[in-house]
Every structure is written in structure tokens, then in C-alpha cells.
Write a protein that binds this ligand. Sequence first.
Ligand code: SF4
Length: 450
Amino acid sequence: MWRALMATKLPSPPKIGMVSLGCPKALVDSERILTKLRADGYQMSGDYDDADVVLVNTCGFLDSAKEESLEAIGEAIAENGRVIVTGCMGNEADVIRQRFPDVLAVTGPHQYEAVVGAVHDAAPVPPSPFINLVPERDLKLTPRHYSYLKISEGCNHRCAFCIIPSIRGDLVSRRPDAILREAEKLVEAGTKELLVISQDTSAYGVDIKHQPRPWKGGEVRAHMTDLARELGKLGAWVRLHYVYPYPHVDQVIPLMAEGLILPYLDIPFQHASPNVLKAMKRPANEAKVLERLKAWRAIAPDIAVRSSFVVGFPGETEEDFQYLLDWLDEAQLDRVGAFRFEPVEGAAANALPNPVPEEVKEERYARIMEKTAAISAAKQQAKIGRTLDVIIDAVDSEDGGATGRSKADAPEIDGEVHLRDAGHLKAGDIVRVLIEDADDHDLFGVETEN
Ligand code: SF4
């Protein structure tokens, strides 16, 4: 019997390589595709040579991202040769096929079944009860201790510089109970931080009329506030991304003060000048943001507000730009990313009059970066001597240091906290850290009992 078993040769499952480009939302898509492929019996491969097929999940948001996507496809073709393309750039199949006639298949964003079907066609799994196993939980590309939680897809807005609605369609919200069940599973599997993402988190549930669903003996509405409160009860850090400043956002601030969700809001303001915001067709641009920031800070004094801004949008005058700089002085945002306006093929903004010359864009970009770095540096300096909760992302066993993030820092986009004498820690630990030093964006400290 033993001999017979020893002699049984399992068919080896095909191996899939994945190159995932773009935003966290694309990363979640990659995770879903890989999860499905694992469930279908495929193995993953970390290098081109070993993979039977390489999937490239592309980003088509900006022309520069498209170029990066095309380069990644070219590299995968050169290194492996058997390539399937998916993601936002999949909407431009003819561009891809023209440049790379050898790609095996091109599918668009969220066409999970189509991309999985293309993999099955390109590299069929030999039937075997031994390898057609469903993994215990979703396969994740993010470290085990934090997870992105996608609550909706698409967007009802039509910002002039953005082509996402034409790629991804109008808002489609997930059911709140399905989101909470997924979050619960993630926490059970070791997730310590849930990063809530969508195109517009504050619009969550509008399309399904905020319909309540049964949850834990009660009901939960498809609404950002209800969802945030229930997520906050799961015992993990909960961080809200891509929130627009609609009036109802005020309702989540008390949840931060109660410690249910992190005192953190990622609000892509994009500009402050009413003229530019109007030309951009930004949602919620009439909200009195400066007053509300003050009110939020009165309720949750530690709230960290991250944002991004576009400079050099068509028609932006020196007055508009100066308005933005003065607004930033008042707003004292904690984290700011700035971008020079770049026309994206298909975006309404491309047809707007009065484009800003490149050298003016550059000059404004340098000025906004200088301003926001100074604000950030002062904010970081003010943290020296304080004790903060820090989630550990990585430990360096050689130098005994560790890198983590405070509640004010989202992974990959914000600053880090560097710890000394931390070799005993592991990723996912949440520890108290005495802040000893700071630079413009990062903090430095040591674990403390207090
Ligand atoms: S809110 Fe505006 S920028 Fe954001 S996805 Fe919708 S249309 Fe694009």
C-alpha cells in the first residue's frame, strides 16, 4: 500500500506569474484573480522562467501609467513569451495587440471570469483530486497583517481629468454584510489593519439606497458610517481611503474619537480654488472644508488628513495657485501628494482652454512640494517626545531594527516609523513607541512600556 502511494506521481500544476501594476484597487483585483486560480489548482511562480503563463494586470489611469503597462507587457513577452493582459488597459486591446501581436489574450478590468478562462485555455490544469484544492482563504499580495477591503466599484462622478467612470462604470456597492463577512475572515486569518478602498468611499451605498441587511442579530445599512462602526468592532485597525468631504463624513469623526476606527482620512481634494474645482467638476467642492477640518480636530485632535493635489490644471491662474498655497497654510494637512496635470486620453479636461505651460507647472509643483514638506516637517517635529501606537511592517534581523507605521501612516503612501532595538518584534505586532527624532516624513523611536 505504502509502495503504491509512493509510486503515485502527481501531475504538476501549471504555474502562473503575475505582474500587478496600478493602484490598491488593482491589487485587490490581482488578489481575486490569483485566489480563483489557486482554487482551480494553479500554482504561483515568482519568476518569469518558471511560469507557464504570465498575467500582467495593467493600469490605464494616466498616459505615463499606460506606458509603464506597455513596458511591463514587453518585458513579460521578452522574458517568458506567454502573456495574458488584464486590467484597466485591457479596454485598449487594439493598442496592445498592435504593439504585441503575440499576447495570448486581453481582458478588461473586473473581467475575472474572462481572465481566468484565458488562463485555463493557455495552460489547462491536468485533472487531479490532489491539486484541485480550494485554499483556506483568499490569496493575498499584501503582507498578512494588513488587507485592502474593496467596498464598491465604479463612480457616479465625472471629474474632468478622470477616465475611471468610462473604464469602470457607475457606482456599484457591495452588500454591507458581504463586506463585513470578508473583513471578519481577514481578521481571523491574521489581518491587523483593514484599509477600506473604493473610488468614492463616502458615496458607498447610494446606488442600493443604503438598504439594510441582517448582521449579527441586528441590521447594518449600506452606509459609510454604519459600515465603519461595524468594522471597528472587529478588533483591527480600520483606515478609510478616498473619502470625499460630503456633510455626512462628519458622522465618522466621533467613531475616531471613540477609538473604533483610526483617526485618519484620505481625502483627495485635488485643489482648493473654487474656480479650478468647478472646472475639474469635483464632487462636494462646495463643502466648507477649512471650518470642518477645525471641527473635526476639535472632536478627534489626533486626526491625520492625507490628500492629493493637481497643479497646472487647464485655466489655473497664479491667483488660483496662490489660493491653494494659502489654503494649505490654513488647512495644515498631515500628508500631501502633488501631481502635475497630465492629459489622459479620453478625459474631458483635454478640451479645456488655457493649458498651463510645462515650465509654469514645474515651478508650481516645486512650490507646492516645498510648502507641504515644511508643514509635514513641523508636524513630525511636534511628535518628538510623544508615545505612539505603531504597527510593525518589517523587522531587520541583521541590525535589530524594525520599520512600522503610526495610526497617521497608511502603507506605501505615508511615512514610516523606524525603531531601534526591535529585533524581537515581528510583522503585525502593535507596540507603544517613544518618538525620539523626526525628519520631513518619517519618525524614529524605541519601544516603551508606557
Ligand atoms: S471621483 Fe472623480 S477622480 Fe474619483 S473616480 Fe470618480 S470621476 Fe474619477
